[in-house]
Design a binder for this molecule. Structure first.
Ligand code: HEC
Ligand code: HEC
Ligand code: HEC
Length: 428
């Protein structure tokens, strides 16, 4: 781990110096003919309504709102392996928000990951996905944000380790992982598929969680939506393909639409960071858009290696111990056969949240319990009690290993040491 870190530092410094030597001119943005958008255009009701919808599809408030704080006024610290980055104020306040920005400044941020005066932005702001957003959609979002009342709240500087604390070091990161690219429809696919791909790859920024990041926090394109652990948060966002070996194997389109719309589905409920995504973003999407997302996810290529269906063996005594705990503590809600109760308690048999490769999700659910998101269609969901107080690390390991291998589930066991580690992850 130490060695990887040093390699990363050396690589960053070498690339940054190369760039400093070779860079053309300065950071000054090139003014474009379309950069002046009139104030009247920005106030068009149709544009504002579309902007509101797209802003929620992008879940901008999710990061740009502190707990208990004003919407979009920033102040929420996002943990990364390199330190905390606090999301800034994006309300229309002149001094501390985007009040003084014109549309071209905003486009540079969303599309190119550059701040107002060309400063490079940290990719904790998922411009790696937002770069695909069309310019007219970006304009609608900008108009909507500018229409909201200004909130005066100063930003907090990032608290990062060297060399990441130097914004210029992002030059190297961007050379490795970032390309400006607007979404180009694939003419061989239907309009519905293209809408789904556009939302998933762009505003929905699904890949930011649903793919594994490497040690520098970047993505390899071949890992698109193949699942990964979310750094610093100890949750696993599963593979989103639906075919053989996929994380959503056997999910039909309706299951996906249900999960995104209501937080619940016949295959499992949303929890952890996904509960926030549903509550803040996908529940507000139209059925037309959710269906398009499901169609796109259904077209993702089959995975070569079983994701979440890893084999492994659990000692018989541990299985028996796990089965006893399950019968006593879990079966009342989830059913003896792990079938759950439709619309109330999620099934555990065939649930990819249970069989995902890491075992983190089931472990943390047992420790912390959980509330599915409150949505318009499911305003009072049932919750799951936490077991951190009642069950020891070896109890949790036994019951989780049991549900990962019971019924039709076939996933590797979780060890007591892993449980001990996840017990101490701070909640948000
Ligand atoms: C996953 C969290 C996250 C989401 C979602 C997110 N942002 Fe951000 N955003 C950030 C962070 C963190 C920064 C600060 C980056 C930095 O300091 O380099 C930022 C910076 C920005 C900036 C630059 C502001 C400035 O003062 O330089 C703009 C503009 C912005 N975001 C707009 C948006 C919009 C619009 C959306 C929704 C489409 C959005 N953000 C969604 C985390 C997020
Ligand atoms: C009082 C009813 C209840 C009991 C008892 C209960 N659960 Fe749950 N469980 C739920 C509910 C409700 C959810 C959905 C929570 C959410 O989405 O945040 C859930 C979710 C889960 C999940 C995540 C699956 C998903 O799709 O949401 C796992 C894994 C899980 N429970 C395992 C267990 C285990 C193991 C036990 C026993 C140690 C247990 N549960 C006891 C009600 C219960
Ligand atoms: C902030 C991180 C994050 C983002 C962004 C995100 N997800 Fe998730 N997602 C998760 C996590 C963590 C889980 C596992 C917990 C669960 O099953 O609810 C999950 C689970 C899911 C599941 C259920 C899978 C299962 O095995 O139960 C679906 C479907 C899904 N996400 C779709 C999406 C789509 C579509 C998007 C983009 C619109 C998206 N997610 C964006 C973190 C995220």
């Amino acid at each position: 781990m130490r060695r990887r870190w040093w390699l990363a530092v050396v690589l960053l410094v070498v690339l940054a110096s190369l760039w400093l030597l070779l860079r053309p001119g300065s950071d000054a943005r090139i003014p474009s003919a379309a950069s002046t958008v009139g104030a009247a255009t920005l106030r068009e009701p149709g544009l504002l309504a579309r902007g509101e919808y797209l802003t929620s599809a992008g879940d901008c408030a999710g990061c740009h709102t502190a707990q208990g704080g004003s919407r979009f006024a920033g102040g929420r610290a996002l943990p990364t392996p390199f330190g905390n980055i606090t999301a800034p104020n994006i309300t229309s306040d002149r001094e501390t928000g985007l009040g003084g920005w014109d549309f071209e400044d905003f486009w540079q941020a969303l599309h190119a990951g550059k701040g107002r005066h060309g400063a490079l932005l940290y990719p904790a702001f998922p411009y790696t996905s937002y770069t695909r957003v069309h310019r007219d959609d970006a304009l609608a979002i900008f108009a909507y944000l500018q229409s909201l009342p200004p909130v005066h709240q100063r930003g907090v500087a990032p608290a990062l380790e060297f060399p990441y604390s130097v914004r210029r070091s992002l030059v190297a990161w961007r050379a490795l992982y970032f390309r400006e690219s607007e979404y180009k429809p694939d003419p061989a696919q239907s309009a519905q598929w293209n809408r789904g791909a556009y939302l998933v790859q762009g505003l929905g920024h699904c890949n930011e969680c649903h793919a594994r990041r490497d040690s520098l926090g970047g993505f390899a394109s071949k890992r698109h939506l193949t699942g990964g652990e979310i750094p610093m948060q100890d949750w696993y966002a599963p593979d989103l393909s639906t075919g053989h070996n996929g994380g959503l194997q056997d999910w039909n389109e309706q299951d996906i639409v249900d999960l995104l719309k209501t937080g619940q589905s016949a295959k499992g409920a949303a929890f952890g960071p996904m509960a926030d995504v549903v509550a803040g973003s996908t529940q507000h999407m139209t059925d037309h858009d959710l269906r398009a997302i499901a169609v796109y996810l259904h077209s993702l290529p089959a995975r070569a290696t079983p994701a979440g269906r890893a084999r492994g063996s659990t000692p018989t005594a541990v299985v028996a111990h796990g089965e006893r705990i399950y019968a006593k503590r879990c079966a009342d809600c989830h059913g003896k056969g792990g079938q759950g109760v439709a619309g109330v308690y999620p099934p555990l048999d065939g649930n990819s949240a249970v069989t995902e490769p890491s075992g983190i999700n089931a472990t943390r659910m047992v420790l912390l319990g959980g509330f599915p998101p409150v949505t318009a269609q499911s305003p009072r969901p049932y919750s799951m009690p936490p077991f951190a107080q009642q069950l020891s690390d070896s109890d949790v390991s036994a019951v989780v290993s049991y549900i990962r291998h019971a019924w039709t589930n076939r996933a590797a066991p979780v060890r007591p040491e892993q449980v001990a580690r996840y017990r101490h992850t701070p909640i948000d």
